[in-house]
Ligand binder design. Structure first.
Ligand SMILES: Cc1cc2nc3c(=O)[nH]c(=O)nc-3n(C[C@H](O)[C@H](O)[C@H](O)COP(=O)(O)OP(=O)(O)OC[C@H]3O[C@@H](n4cnc5c(N)ncnc54)[C@H](O)[C@@H]3O)c2cc1C
Length: 397
């Protein structure tokens, strides 16, 4: 998403007044925000997209609230933007033409965890980290783990088909959604998919809705598949002098049939940003690989040894291994800081999801490095010209 405002014409003042009036009549004033101050924070998410302050925000607490809102929107002919945790990076929750923001974060109940069937039924406002904790207490596991898991919610995860570090082994949200209750434009509620693990008949409409970014329907209930909680986990952090060695280690890991649950690589520029943000990272490290394995204890222990050997063979400067939760958290700390540390470098940060075949990752990193050098050269050229003409320093880093 680029840092720009999409130029969509606004609906008439009369249509907006009608929508506000109808919403307050159908939902009651306590669930409808209309003041500019209260609506302002719903004009943005974690992307760079610039929104228009919505004319009304509905704080939905039930599927009936969602139906009523969508019926009013159609009647008054104003746009609706669904929203959950507001952590999206592609601007999906940003109202580009004002209208109504339909906030589903207040629909936050875990309706049930079916231990026999291995499924959980949740409302769209359930925070992902809370679902993880709840199912893990029961010995089950819900694998999708976007790094925003403490503040994003299931409705947003489904609408974005979110992945996360564990996707390398366990896949993304679409692989876990069995069924959805949703409300269509105009307010009609419909159920899609199933609440059982097996289901073979009919069109796969659930998959169509997953990843629809709020454009097809508003989810009011999500049924997800659970898998048994892994018996043990090991996290390994390996540092390398350059990104090529780390990428080679990552590639040999994926070819080794070890199937780690996460492989995360950070390049030299990222490590520098982390150092500048106060993280203690070995000054000789020019890249870092974070690998996590899970499964039966004996398998994890022997797998961790093989990962360490592979990293050392690829030229690792140091390999640290942790099995206990607190030590593992320490190894993840820099990775969790990464997004904020990089953001501090510049006024704008554009995040891109790039997908390449595994055997071409090294090539991708080389291309990124070439582009970085080119951008830096171009920037210093622009700055030098600016100084010659007495312009202010550009804000980009
Ligand atoms: C620090 C950070 C780390 C992140 N890491 C990852 C990552 O590792 N992997 C990843 O995939 N993403 C990541 N993200 C992006 C974001 O967190 C995910 O896309 C997340 O799933 C969005 O959830 P949300 O609840 O915040 O949704 P929102 O931002 O509120 O909405 C996202 C989209 O969902 C739609 N929507 C929301 N609720 C509903 C509903 N009830 N019905 C229908 N549509 C709805 C919205 O209209 C919008 O299009 C990260 C973001 C941050 C800030």
């Amino acid at each position: 998403m680029l840092p720009f405002r999409v130029d969509v014409p606004r609906v008439s003042e009369a249509a907006r007044d009608k929508a506000r009036r109808l919403l307050e009549a159908r939902l009651g004033p306590s669930k409808v925000l209309t003041s500019r101050d209260a609506c302002e924070r719903f004009a943005r998410d974690e992307s760079e997209a610039e929104g228009v302050i919505p004319d009304a925000v509905v704080l939905a607490t039930s599927a009936d609230d969602v139906s009523a809102t969508l019926a009013v929107a159609l009647d008054a002919e104003v746009p609706v933007t669904p929203r959950a945790g507001g952590t999206g990076r592609s601007g999906g929750a940003v109202p580009v033409a004002g209208g109504i923001v339909l906030a589903t974060i207040g629909m936050g109940s875990i309706k049930g965890i079916d231990r026999e069937e291995g499924v959980a039924i949740v409302e769209p406002g359930v925070v992902l980290g809370d679902l993880h904790d709840a199912v893990e207490r029961e010995g089950w596991f819900y694998a999708p783990d976007p790094n925003s898991l403490k503040s994003c919610a299931l409705g947003g995860n489904v609408a974005e088909n979110s992945g996360g570090p564990r996707a390398v082994k366990y896949g993304v949200t679409r692989d876990y959604v069995l069924g959805l209750d949703a409300v269509l434009v105009g307010g009609e509620p419909l159920s899609f998919g199933r609440r059982t693990r097996k289901g073979v008949t009919g069109y796969d409409t659930t998959s169509l809705l997953v990843g629809s970014e709020g454009t097809l329907a508003v989810f009011t209930e999500v049924t997800v598949k659970l898998i048994p909680k892994p018996e043990s986990i090991a996290t390994l952090l390996a540092t390398f002098s350059n990104v090529g060695d780390a990428a080679t280690a990552g590639q040999s890991l994926t070819a080794s049939r070890l199937l780690p649950r996460c492989i995360e690589l950070m390049d030299g520029q990222t490590l520098e940003a982390l150092r500048q943000a106060g993280n203690a990272i070995d000054p000789s490290a020019g890249s870092l690989l974070l690998v996590e394995l899970d499964g039966p204890l004996a398998e994890v222990e022997s797998g961790a040894q093989r990962v360490a050997d592979l990293c050392e063979r690829a030229g690792a400067l140091e390999v640290l291994t942790a099995h206990q939760s607190a030590q593992r958290d320490r190894l993840w700390a820099a990775r969790r800081e990464m997004s904020h540390a990089v953001r501090k470098l510049s006024k704008h940060k554009l995040a891109q999801d790039v997908v390449v075949p595994r055997q071409r990752v090294v090539e991708l990193l080389e291309l990124v490095s070439t582009l970085f050098a080119k951008a830096r050269r171009a920037l210093s050229h622009v700055r030098a010209r600016g100084r010659r003409h007495g312009a202010r320093q550009l804000p980009l880093g």
